[in-house]
Design a protein around this ligand. Structure first.
Ligand code: PLP
Length: 450
C-alpha cells in the first residue's frame, strides 16, 4: 500500500509541476491515446501499480490544465495545495460524513467551516448551511427551503403532501438567471418555464422597479455575479422592496458571493445579507477540489424541514449538528474538510487578497485587449471579461485558434446577441505574468485570423 500511495504522490507532483509549462489543452494525440483504457472488463485483476501507471500515462496527458494558472474557462478556480493535501488526508479517513455520532471529526470540522464561511461572507451568523456537490444542488437545496416556507405560510406542508392541490407559488426570476436556477425550479416541481421573467439591463442586472406587486406565496431568485458579465442584481434594494410581503429572496452567487470577502468588491454585494438564502461554490473561487457547493439559509429549520430524514438504524439523535439533516444525500464525503483547510490556510486576509488579485487581473486583461483594439462588452466589475474580435464568425475562429495555440484557454459565449470570448479569472495560481502572456497570445492569434 505504501509503495502505491507514494507512487501516486510522485505522479501527482510530476503532473502539477508540468501545469504552468504544458499547453493548456491536450493534444489530439493525447486524446486519441485514451483508447488505451478501452479494453474488455478484465477477468482477473491487475497489479494496482499497473492500474495507476495506465491512469497516469494515458489519462494525465489527455487532461486539460484546469488546475493551472492560464485556464480561464467556466469561472472555476484551481486547487490550493493545502486543499488538495486535505482532500488526500480526508480520502484516507474515508468518513461517511452524514451523522455526528458516526463521524464526529468531519462533522465537527464542517460545522466550524460553516461558521467561518458565514463570517467571511458577512452573512447572518444564525444561518444554517450545507455542503453539496455544486451551486446547482446548492440552489436546489435553498429553493427547497424556500418552497417549504412560502407554502407553510399558506397552510400547506409540501414535504408531506407534495404539490398536487397546493397553493400556487409565483416565482420571479431575472431574465439572465443561470440555467441551474431554472433547472432547480423544474426539479422542485415549480417549473422551468412557469416563472415570471423580470427584464434586465445591458449588464444582466434584474431591473428592480420591474418587480411586480407581490401577492401570495412568492419566491424571488436574484443573482450575485452574472456568469457572463459578473454583474450583481441590487439585492439590498430588492429585499427592501419586498419586505413585509412574505416573499422569499434567494441569491445565486455561485462565484459572485465571494466578492463579499474582498473589501474593494464588497459594495457589489451590499444588502445581500438581507436575503433569505444563498448558493455558492467553494470549488470556484475558494479553489478547493470538486465537488463542493454551499447553500446557506437564514432559518436553519427551513432547510432541515426540507432535507432531514430519520430511520431506526440511523444514529440521528445528537447534541451536535448532523450534516445530512441539511443535504439531499445521506452518504456523502467530507467536503467541509477542504473548505476548512482553505480558510485556515488563507485566513480572512488571504481570501481577500485572492479575490482582489483575480479581479485586478481581469481588469488587466480588459485593458490589454481593448488597448489592442478589441471590444470589451461588459463593465469589468469582478473577474469576468467579455471580448469580441469582430463578427460572430471571426470571434469563433479566434477563440478556436486561442484554444489550439495552447498558451491559455477561454471559452465562447453569446451575450445579449453578440458572440464573445469569456475570460474568467479565478485561480489562486494565476500571476500577472500569466495574464500578460495569455493576453499577448490572444492578440497574436486574433491578428493572425483575417
Ligand atoms: C451563476 C451560476 N450559478 C450556478 C452555477 C452552477 O454551478 P455548478 O456548476 O457548480 O453546479 C454556475 C456555474 O458556473 C454559475 O456561474
Amino acid at each position: 500500500m505504501n509503495r502505491l500511495l507514494l507512487d501516486a504522490t510522485v505522479r501527482s507532483l510530476r503532473y502539477l509541476e508540468t501545469l504552468p509549462h504544458r499547453p493548456v489543452a491536450p493534444s489530439a494525440d493525447a486524446v486519441a491515446g485514451l483508447r488505451a483504457f478501452d479494453e474488455p472488463l478484465p477477468e482477473r485483476g491487475h497489479d494496482p501499480a499497473d492500474t495507476l501507471k495506465l491512469l497516469d500515462e494515458a489519462g494525465s496527458p489527455a487532461t486539460i490544465a484546469m488546475a493551472g494558472p492560464r485556464f480561464f474557462g467556466f469561472v472555476i478556480g484551481g486547487t490550493l495545495p493545502v486543499t488538495l493535501a486535505a482532500n488526500w488526508l480526508a480520502g484516507a479517513w474515508d468518513q461517511n460524513s452524514a451523522l455526528f455520532r458516526s463521524t464526529p471529526s468531519t462533522a465537527y470540522i464542517e460545522q466550524v467551516a460553516l461558521r467561518w464561511l458565514l463570517d467571511a461572507l458577512h452573512l447572518p451568523a444564525e444561518c444554517g448551511g450545507t455542503f453539496v456537490t455544486g451551486a446547482t444542488v446548492a440552489n436546489l437545496c435553498a429553493l427547497a427551503a424556500a418552497r417549504h416556507v412560502v407554502l407553510k405560510r399558506a397552510g400547506w406542508n409540501v414535504e408531506a403532501d407534495g404539490l398536487f392541490g397546493a397553493p400556487a407559488i409565483t416565482v420571479l426570476i431575472g431574465a439572465e438567471a443561470h440555467p441551474s436556477v431554472t433547472k432547480s425550479l423544474g426539479v422542485l416541481g415549480l417549473g422551468r418555464n412557469r416563472v415570471v421573467k423580470i427584464p434586465v439591463d445591458g449588464q444582466g442586472r434584474l431591473i428592480t422597479d420591474r418587480i411586480p406587486a407581490i401577492s401570495g406565496p412568492t419566491i424571488i431568485c436574484t443573482q450575485a455575479g452574472n456568469v457572463n458579465t459578473g454583474a450583481f442584481d441590487d439585492i439590498g434594494a430588492i429585499c427592501r422592496r419586498v419586505r413585509g410581503t412574505g416573499a422569499w429572496v434567494h441569491v445565486d452567487g455561485a462565484f459572485g458571493l465571494w466578492a463579499a470577502a474582498a473589501p474593494t468588491r464588497a459594495a457589489l454585494a451590499a444588502g445581500m445579507e438581507l436575503a433569505d438564502s444563498w448558493a455558492t461554490d467553494a470549488h470556484k473561487w475558494l479553489n478547493v477540489p470538486y465537488d463542493c457547493g454551499l447553500a446557506f439559509v437564514r432559518d436553519p429549520h427551513a432547510l432541515k424541514a426540507a432535507m432531514a430524514i430519520t430511520a431506526e438504524y440511523l444514529p440521528t439523535v445528537s447534541e451536535q449538528r448532523n450534516p445530512s439533516d441539511f443535504t439531499p444525500e445521506l452518504s456523502r464525503r467530507a467536503r467541509g474538510v477542504e473548505v476548512w483547510a482553505a480558510l485556515h490556510a488563507l485566513g480572512r486576509a488571504g481570501l481577500a487578497e485572492l479575490i482582489e488579485r483575480n479581479c485586478a487581473q481581469a481588469r488587466r486583461f480588459a485593458e490589454k485587449l481593448s488597448g489592442a483594439g478589441y471590444e470589451i462588452l461588459n463593465d469589468v466589475v469582478l473577474n469576468q471579461v467579455l471580448v469580441t474580435f469582430g463578427d460572430a464568425e471571426k470571434t469563433k475562429r479566434v477563440i478556436q485558434g486561442i484554444q489550439d495555440e495552447g498558451t491559455c484557454w477561454a471559452g465562447i459565449t453569446v451575450w445579449q446577441g453578440r458572440t464573445a470570448m469569456r475570460i474568467s479569472v479565478s485561480c489562486w495560481a494565476t500571476t500577472d505574468e500569466d495574464v500578460d502572456r495569455s493576453a499577448e497570445a490572444m492578440i497574436r492569434v486574433a491578428r493572425s485570423v483575417s
